[in-house]
Design a protein around this ligand. Sequence first.
Ligand SMILES: NC(=O)c1ccc[n+]([C@@H]2O[C@H](COP(=O)([O-])OP(=O)(O)OC[C@H]3O[C@@H](n4cnc5c(N)ncnc54)[C@H](OP(=O)(O)O)[C@@H]3O)[C@@H](O)[C@H]2O)c1
Length: 228
Amino acid sequence: MINLKNILITGANRGIGFELVKESIAKGYSVVGTFRNKQNSVELLKIKSDKVKFLEMDVVDETSISKVSSQIAQPLDYLICNAGINNGYGNFFHEDHSHEKMLEVLNVNVLGCILTIKHLSKNLNRYAKIILISSIMGTQEHKGSNATIYRASKAAVNNVMVSISEEFKSKDITVASFHPGWVRTAMGGPNATLSAKDSAVALIKSFECLKLENTGKFLNYDGTLMNF
Ligand SMILES: NC(=O)c1ccc[n+]([C@@H]2O[C@H](COP(=O)([O-])OP(=O)(O)OC[C@H]3O[C@@H](n4cnc5c(N)ncnc54)[C@H](OP(=O)(O)O)[C@@H]3O)[C@@H](O)[C@H]2O)c1
């Protein structure tokens, strides 16, 4: 088995991204964690290790992504597009769904993944894995009408994931999206079923098990395939 150990995680300062950083360090990875706001990243920046590097990057700011690309010394084995936002769980007519808020969700969740992958693809190793953190809320089987644009954004993430997987097939790079579970973070809320640590531990294990034949697939955090 090839030993893949260099990982970049976006939205690393809190929630699932922060736990992915900690689990990657615990497993001996070299980690690049990106954050968009220093003030929100105090806990992250307290982590001191010669195997970690924290860089400022907004996933919808191409200049900042290019800058990160130029600051990465070693080729990446894993590129984890984790950063995302939710504009609330309001229904279709709720003020959560103003034009401005909907554009922001699509911009960060969908274009953020595309721009991150576009600019960091030059930093990828052969056999690298590109992971997009999506959501079960993006599948076509809805259990409610709320969070209309968040659901649409994650459906788009899964669709984009398939296109990008086709683009990278000839380069032996695997591209897949994951549902991280319902996770107790600012986004998932306190009633969610999974801690961020448990989600991150399972996700990293599943990323390691991904093979080229999984490219273009949507998986649960435990590595089982999901329909989308
Ligand atoms: N929690 C769940 O139950 C759940 C379920 C399904 C899918 N997900 C997905 O899992 C991922 C992580 O979610 P989470 O629960 O950890 O959310 P979270 O606690 O709200 O954290 C979101 C992260 O994304 C970052 N971010 C937002 N916009 C960004 C931008 N423009 N550029 C760079 N970073 C940006 C945030 O940075 P700031 O601190 O600067 O805001 C933060 O680090 C998201 O893609 C989410 O949609 C979560």
